[in-house]
Design a protein around this ligand. Sequence first.
Ligand code: IMP
Ligand code: MG
Length: 175
Amino acid sequence: MVEPGPGEVLVSAEQIAKRTAELGAEISRDYEGREVLMLGILKGAFLFMADLARELTVPCELDFMAVSSYGSSTSSSGVVRIVKDLDAPIADKHVLLVEDIVDSGLTLSYLLKNLAARGPASLEICTLLSKPGRSGRDLPVRYVGFELPDVFVVGYGLDHAQKHRNLPHIAALEA
Ligand code: IMP
Ligand code: MG
């Protein structure tokens, strides 16, 4: 049996860099005069978080959370387990949740509820990728890098069975 692997490049490294700079500028404008707490969701968002953070001109703190959704490797079950929680409370902070991809939106809707209960001053979402045909579109996502068709993708943080996170671009997973 042939292992599925990265196929067609859907978003190049250059496109990612350009869009990340645009998002960084937009976020910096929106948060002018405030301090941002960037909250990255591991592991998928680690590269995007690192690149986006370097585009912000407003003061910012960084923290990470790791969640795992029970289910198969290519679809989300909606049952989310917090594997690593934040290091510090977020009460009265301006929290910007940084995600790799919104697919069904189940992971994010769980996280939003969980984080909102901790009393942040504000809570917004920035995702690198979104699959607009899916129910994730109903979530209040403020910043979106790219809209993708409904295909499974890998690279730039995103994995299939923990592989291909180190690719500099986003590629479709092909059998
Ligand atoms: P959701 O709960 O269905 O929105 O799924 C969100 C999580 O599933 C993302 O944070 C990813 O970790 C993973 N995921 C969803 N779609 C893809 C994909 O196309 N490639 C890799 N991971 C994905
Ligand atoms: Mg993820």
